[in-house]
Design a binder for this molecule. Structure first.
Ligand SMILES: Nc1ncnc2c1ncn2[C@@H]1O[C@H](COP(=O)(O)OP(=O)(O)OP(=O)(O)O)[C@@H](O)[C@H]1O
Ligand SMILES: [Mg+2]
Length: 191
């Protein structure tokens, strides 16, 4: 089932696909998530990765909590993005432990409490699990519209960061009308 995206604006695609993602029935959602977790647990890049950025799910996104539990069990260093107060429109990354205290940012998303001394230079990340609203067969993505991940990942190869998108099949659209700044992901794990 492909959206006829040709006539739709990016804003309309965001609205429709977010709704579609929220509307996934629970059995389909759980089944898809199990498939995603299996793909991640067998992922060769994850074996050697030490520092991994992930996000806390909201708005019907793939539930990342089991992935986070797995990463903790594997003694990986887990980081969450925060909106960088000192560098507008950019993300910063803070460590996330089992007992980390969280606060709610202006988008209503939980994030670690800002502590300048704990910020990880993003180039130290090995893997960045990347949220997305919609994607196409070329792995171009549409995010939430902030450009945060496009900025973060603009030189990901040079920075030696490997981004992995996470998505349900229902988020695939025929074609993302990508702009010059949009990043084409090397990989999206689809459930
Ligand atoms: N590398 C960049 N440098 C400067 N501005 C950028 C960069 N990447 C994106 N932007 C700006 O960010 C804004 C939002 O971009 P876009 O609509 O592609 O967001 P998005 O991909 O949905 O969000 P995200 O990347 O957070 O998932 C655009 O106005 C764009 O000009
Ligand atoms: Mg973009």
């Amino acid at each position: 089932m492909h959206l006829k995206s040709v006539a739709l604006t990016t804003e309309e695609i965001r609205r429709i696909v977010r709704q579609r993602r929220r509307d996934l029935v629970i059995s389909e959602r759980l089944h898809a998530e199990q498939s995603i977790y299996r793909q991640i647990y067998q992922h060769p890049k994850l074996l050697s990765a030490k520092k991994i950025a992930i996000f806390l799910s909201f708005d019907g996104e793939v539930n990342t909590q089991p992935i986070i539990e797995y990463l903790w069990q594997q003694n990986k260093s887990v980081y969450l993005p925060i909106i960088d107060l000192t560098n507008p429109h950019h993300l910063a990354f803070l460590p996330y432990h089992r007992h980390s205290q969280l606060t709610t940012n202006k988008f209503g998303i939980a994030e670690p409490i800002y502590d300048v001394d704990k910020i990880l230079p993003y180039q130290s990340l090995d893997i960045v699990f990347t949220p997305l609203v919609a994607f196409d067969h070329r792995n171009y993505r549409i995010g939430m519209g902030g450009g945060f991940y496009d900025r973060l990942l603009q030189n990901y190869q040079h920075d030696n960061i490997y981004p992995i998108g996470l998505a349900f099949k229902c988020q695939q659209i025929k074609y993302v009308a990508n702009q010059s700044w949009d990043i084409q992901l090397p990989e999206i794990i689809i459930g």
